[in-house]
Design a protein around this ligand. Structure first.
Ligand SMILES: CC(C)(COP(=O)(O)OP(=O)(O)OC[C@H]1O[C@@H](n2cnc3c(N)ncnc32)[C@H](O)[C@@H]1OP(=O)(O)O)[C@@H](O)C(=O)NCCC(=O)NCCS
Length: 186
C-alpha cells in the first residue's frame, strides 16, 4: 500500500472516501463530518487503499503564513484508520508522507489537537511536544519538524500553548490510560 494524495481542494473526492470509511467502520466519529470543511479550507488529504477501498486517511493544512518565528505551520486536522487495520503503522506512514511535504514547503512546526488515546499515542510515538490540555480537553501539540528543533530550545513557548512547559512522559502516559474526550464519546 502506498499513500495516495487526493486532488487538492476536491471536496467531493474527500467526502467519497469518508463515506466509504464511515460505512466500513460503522463508526460515528465526529471527524467524518469535519473532513469536507478541512479540505474546503485548504487541507491536503492522503489515503492508503487496500485494493480499491480506503483503510487510512490523513488530513493536514500545510501553511504558508510566516508572521512569527514559529511559522509556517502544518496544521494536522484528522487521522483515521479503519478499526480492523489499526496498529499496523498506517497512520504513521501517512503522517510521514505529509511531513515530507511540509518540510518541502518550508514548514517549521506541526500543530494538532489530540482528542483520543490513540491519537495521543500516535503523537507519543512521533515524539511530538505536548503542551497541556485546552479547555475542551484535547491535548495541544506543537512540535518542531525535523531540522528545526535547535531553533526552539527549552523555554521557548509556542503561541496559544495552554501551559509553559511540555508535558512529561508520565503525564502523557496517564492521559492515554485515562482516555480523552473522543474515548468518552464527547
Ligand atoms: C489514531 C489512529 C488514526 C491511529 O491509527 P493506526 O493506523 O492504528 O496507527 P499506527 O498503527 O500508525 O500507530 C503508530 C503508533 O502510534 C501509537 N498508537 C496507535 N494507536 C494507539 C493506541 N490505541 N494507544 C496507544 N498508542 C497508540 C503506537 O505507538 C503505534 O505504534 P505500535 O503499534 O508499534 O505500538 C486510529 O486509532 C484511529 O483512527 N482512531 C480513531 C480516530 C482518532 O481517534 N483519531 C485521532 C483523533 S485525535
Amino acid at each position: 500500500m502506498s499513500p495516495v494524495e487526493l486532488p487538492f481542494g476536491d471536496v467531493p473526492a474527500a467526502q467519497a472516501v469518508v463515506n466509504v470509511m464511515r460505512e466500513l467502520s460503522g463508526d460515528k466519529h465526529p471527524l467524518f463530518a469535519e473532513v469536507r470543511m478541512y479540505v474546503f479550507q485548504g487541507a491536503r488529504t492522503w489515503v492508503l487503499y487496500n485494493g480499491d477501498f480506503p483503510v487510512s486517511l490523513h488530513c493536514t493544512k500545510i501553511g504558508k503564513r510566516k508572521k512569527n518565528v514559529w511559522e509556517p505551520v502544518a496544521n494536522w486536522y484528522a487521522a483515521y484508520t479503519l478499526p480492523a487495520y489499526r496498529r499496523r503503522g498506517h497512520a504513521y506512514r501517512l503522517y510521514a508522507e505529509m511531513e515530507k511535504e511540509a518540510i518541502k514547503a518550508g514548514c517549521r512546526h506541526v500543530k494538532s489537537l489530540a482528542g483520543s488515546s490513540a491519537g495521543l499515542g500516535l503523537h507519543r510515538a512521533l515524539q511530538h511536544r505536548c503542551w497541556g490540555q485546552v479547555p475542551t480537553g484535547e491535548v495541544f501539540v506543537y512540535s518542531p519538524l525535523p531540522g528545526q528543533e535547535h531553533l526552539y530550545p527549552k523555554g521557548a513557548v509556542p503561541p496559544q500553548a495552554p501551559q509553559e512547559l511540555t508535558m512529561t512522559k508520565a503525564e502523557i502516559n496517564a492521559l492515554i490510560k485515562q482516555g480523552l474526550r473522543y474515548d468518552h464519546g464527547k
